[in-house]
Design a protein around this ligand. Structure first.
Ligand code: MSP
Length: 510
């Protein structure tokens, strides 16, 4: 079995509070992939919320709500995050939905039947914040060893269900060595191999002293991590092996933050294999957005409100900033000044002005109509492989390189204006030369609408509409990015407003 469609997932987010920009970051990257792959064929973007477990329950109780009411109240805010940043999900799964919980119980029964789940006794140190058991030897001064956490741990002693993870160790090691690209970036891959080499314990997958989870037959609730991981297949209706599942599993790309790599690249494939299913084709563990060197997180209290940020800069500026600022996979530090520089520089000066100047000149010299040209353009040859190059970079999640390549065209068009000086051609009455440069500029904008669409959908639509083209830039680049595609005579409609008005004031404190 191999999936025919493109399936990309985000982690499902803990709904213990409001979203922050770290959550938007993952979802935006997933959306760029989905939008690009939709130009090629069926693509499915899945996201959602992780609603069970002690952490969510504690947050709900602290706020004075029962957990279900609390999550019901918060979900719209998480969906609003996706709307704000134009994250075009195809499904949003909540782990409290019946479609999920019933399949999770079915998985549990199935794994019990195969012997991969068995009853045992668990005693150990538990960190509520990370929802993780730790070996005594791993604790740091009696506290959680996760450097991002460091909280006190509790001693638990319970009869619990276990998943026989240890028996998959050899298969996992073999899988890693046969598929060196299946976990990226390489640092994450190496860390996971080292973890596997140092040994693997079975995983405790039930909790008896907790109510807020999926009830298991015979008592207790399911461990929140197994419950959560299963969302990736319950959302596809795997239990009925329906069309969605057949088209989209195994997942093409599962995006995660690097702190949750162990669950996704050791536990998750083993669970899938126990169910007789394939592991995802790629798990990509991206870096963290940091503030003054520390991971931005609710528990650190150093979060930036994504809604305020979008209000101030616009969603496309933030999307662009995230995808251009650092290599995907590396950490990068957030600062509003950096956003402002990208906004005024790359977006305002380079792209926004290009669009404005082009359409203004076309309006002035040709009544806004795209001229008819007969001679071939040198740009046709120079950028013949641009669509293929940008597509290939997006396909391997090299978003920054992809945008660098798109900006080669932006720069070439700006240089063309400076070199050919359409205003002088007009003064001299050199109509053929003026038509040629105006055509190239407009055609270049049509290309840019296609190429920027996955990254900045609103901007791409804006360029498209100003070119007088119907709908949105859609369809395979191999077909559409052929120089000369813009029909002569097309009536453009220059917008009054700039695409990226300059932001001069110092950033407010958000
Ligand atoms: N609920 C689990 C995931 C279960 S998936 C089966 C969880 N949720 S989370 O809300 O804590 O955060 C999940 C993801 O948000 C991270 O893996 C990462 O993708 C993203 N980020 C959260 N903070 C981030 C940064 N500061 N920087 C970049 N991404 C961040 O873990």
């Amino acid at each position: 079995m191999t999936s025919s469609g493109f399936f990309v997932t985000t982690p499902i987010y803990y709904i213990s509070g409001d979203p922050h920009i770290g959550h938007a970051y993952t979802s935006i990257a997933a959306d760029v992939l989905a939008r690009y792959h939709r130009t090629l064929g069926p693509a499915f973007l899945l996201t959602g919320t992780d609603e069970h477990g002690q952490k969510v329950e504690a947050a709900a109780r602290e706020a004075g709500f029962d957990p279900q009411t609390w999550t019901d109240r918060l979900v719209p805010k998480w969906q609003a995050l996706d709307r704000t940043f134009e994250v075009s999900y195809d499904d949003f799964i909540r782990t409290t939905e019946a479609r999920h919980t019933t399949q999770v119980v079915a998985v549990f029964e199935r794994l019990k039947a195969t012997g991969d789940v068995y009853l045992g006794k668990y005693e150990g140190w538990y960190c509520t914040n990370d929802e993780t058991f730790w070996l005594e030897s791993k604790l740091v001064d009696g506290h959680c060893p996760n450097p991002e956490c460091g909280r006190a741990v509790q001693w638990l002693s319970e009869d619990n269900w276990f998943f026989a993870l240890s028996k998959f160790r050899e298969r996992l090691l073999a899988y890693y060595s046969d598929n060196p690209g299946w976990v990226r970036p390489e640092r994450a891959y190496n860390e996971m191999v080292a973890t596997l080499e140092s040994g693997l314990d079975d995983l405790c997958i039930s909790r008896v002293n907790l109510d807020w989870g999926i009830p298991l037959p015979g008592g207790g609730v399911m461990y929140v991590w197994l419950d959560a991981l299963l969302n990736y297949i319950t959302a596809l209706d795997f239990a009925t092996n329906g069309e969605r599942f057949q088209t989209f599993w195994p997942a093409s790309v599962q995006l995660i933050g690097k702190e949750i790599a162990r669950f996704h690249t050791i536990v998750w494939p083993a669970v899938l294999w126990a169910l007789g299913l394939e592991a995802p084709k790629l798990v990509f563990a991206h870096g963290w957005i940091t503030l003054e060197g520390e991971k931005m997180s609710k528990s650190k209290g150093n979060i930036v409100d994504p809604f305020a940020l979008a209000d101030r800069f616009g969603s496309d500026t933030i999307r662009y900033f995230f995808m251009r600022e650092a290599r995907f996979g590396s950490d990068f530090s957030f600062g509003e000044e950096k956003v402002r520089l990208r906004r005024n520089g790359d977006l305002g000066n380079d792209l926004g002005n290009l669009v404005k100047r082009t359409l203004a000149m076309l309006a002035r010299y040709r009544g806004g109509r795209v001229p008819d040209v007969s001679a071939d353009s040198d740009l046709a040859v120079r950028f013949a492989d641009l669509g293929a190059r940008v597509g290939a970079q997006i396909a391997v999640l090299a978003f920054r390189d992809a945008l660098d390549a798109v900006w080669e065209l932006v720069t070439a068009l700006n240089v063309r204006v400076e070199e050919r000086k359409p205003w002088e051609l007009s003064k001299r009455g050199d109509d053929a030369a003026l038509d040629a440069v105006l055509y190239d500029l407009c055609e270049g904008l049509r290309w840019l609408a296609h190429l920027t669409f996955p990254f900045m959908p609103a901007t791409a639509r804006g360029i498209w509409a100003q070119l007088g083209l119907p709908g949105e830039p859609q369809g395979p680049w191999a077909e559409h990015l052929v120089w000369g595609g813009l029909a002569a005579g097309t009536q453009t409609v220059a917008a009054e407003a700039a695409l990226f008005p300059r932001l001069d004031e110092p950033a407010e404190v958000l």
